[in-house]
Structures are given as C-alpha cells and as structure tokens.
Design a protein around this ligand. Sequence first.
Ligand SMILES: C[S@@+](CC[C@H](N)C(=O)[O-])C[C@H]1O[C@@H](n2cnc3c(N)ncnc32)[C@H](O)[C@@H]1O
Length: 261
Amino acid sequence: MVGNVVALGDKVVLISKHDKRKYFIEVEDRSQKILELGVYNPNKLVGQKFGSLIRLGTRDFWVLKANFIDTIDTLKRKAQIILPKDSALIGLYGNIHSGSIVIEGGLGSGALTIFLLKLVGETGKVTTYEVREDFAKYGKKNVVMSMPKQPLNWDLKVQDITHGIQETEVDAVVLDIPEPWNAVAAGYSALRAGGILVSYIPTMNQVENMVKTLKEFPFIEINSFENLQRDLVSKTGATRPAYEMLGHTGYIVFGRKVIEK
Ligand SMILES: C[S@@+](CC[C@H](N)C(=O)[O-])C[C@H]1O[C@@H](n2cnc3c(N)ncnc32)[C@H](O)[C@@H]1O
C-alpha cells in the first residue's frame, strides 16, 4: 500500500520543478551526499505529502514515490542498460508475468533485473547468472537499493551462463550477454516446453548468428525486431515528433521451445 506521506524506508524521487531533473533517495535517518544537491538528511522528508513541493536551497522539488521509470532514469550505470521501451517488449513477448520463473544472463547494472522482478512479483522467481564478480556486486547494489524491500525471490549466481543453467522447467530465459548464441544450448535445457528464450542484441550480424543457432534447436516462432520510440512534442495546434530521437538501442530475438521439430 502506498501511504499518502513519506515514511522512513521509502524510496522516493525528487523532481525539480525548474528543469525536471530527478533525484532518487532512500529515506533513511542519515546524511547522504546527493549528486548536485549536496549533503542532505532525507529524514526531513518524513511526513511530507506525496505529490507536494518542497524547497531545497533555492529550488523546488516534487516528492513522489519512485516508480520503475524513475528508478531507471536515475540508475547508476557501469554497462549499457536495457531501456524501458525494450524491457517492456522483452516482458510482453517473453510472456513474463506474475508467478513466472525466469533465468537471466548478464546482470550488468541491474536495470533489466529490476524490471523482471517487478513483473514476476513475489510469487515468481528470477535467477541471474553474472560472470564477473565486480558486476555482480555493482548490479546487486542497484537491484537491492531500488526494490521496496530485499527481494527474496531473486538468486544471483556468479557463473558463466554458457557453461550451463542448473534450473529446469523455467518459463523464460532472457540473455543480455555479448555472445548469446553460446548460451542457447543451456537455455534450451532449462526451459519448459513452450517457454521462451529472449535475447537482446546490439548488432545485425549478431542477430543473424543468434537466429542461426536458434534454428539448430527445436525452437519455433523465431522472431526478431527492434522497437523505435519517437517522442512527441505536444503544443496546442503544433503537435509534432521531437527533432531528436534515440535511433538505436538493440534488437530483440525470440524463440519458443518445442520438444520436436
Ligand atoms: C550489457 S550488460 C547487461 C546489462 C543489463 N541487462 C542491464 O539492463 O543493466 C552484460 C553483462 O553480461 C555479463 N556477461 C557477459 N558474458 C556472460 C556470461 N557468459 N555469463 C554471464 N554473464 C555474462 C557481463 O559481465 C555484463 O555484466
């Protein structure tokens, strides 16, 4: 339940009225260094109504409970993250929902993991394989920091996913690693029949490799696409697409497991 006022333990976002910049804050009773805002003890926010404005120094900020987009907008990142326009489709076409059992390859900064955990909810489970100890630490901090409470339905394994997946009968395997075709055999073994393997891939030649490998296994409905999102600038009588857009992020490749082809 989202209370009406800020309480200790809440994850909130401050949105600048002036330039709409966002600042993610965990409401704890200790002074924190908040980028550009200086040292601040967020316990001063306790009791503040969500949606109201507060003044910090010379600027006004709206106080809101941080939602998924706020989390991604403010996430500290070390590696390229999967943006909401792509993670949304990974979830949709990967058939990932409340109660799903999901394997993820490549934690990185944890952006996709946070989304997967939100999708599967407390009745589902996400197991993430990350080969690098430093990324495991970094991404874990981001994931734990951004969830309302410590996620008990998340396992993080510091292992190379191409060497095998211990879990079986899973609903989806999601890969964001440099050579995902090397994890197709492991993904196939882990999936239940009808389960979906999804991979997020930055270049076309990698898409070709991935599709070729998926075709070597009993996968059907092998599809690839990219999702282009163009923002609109909306002004009465002059609404038009923004002049600038993010032209490329990654391609998404899917396959659905069957047991014979
Ligand atoms: C681009 S990052 C993932 C970003 C993440 N999806 C996000 O949204 O923040 C790729 C990650 O995959 C990890 N990785 C690379 N090869 C791997 C493998 N064979 N098994 C597990 N993790 C791997 C890298 O160490 C890196 O942390």
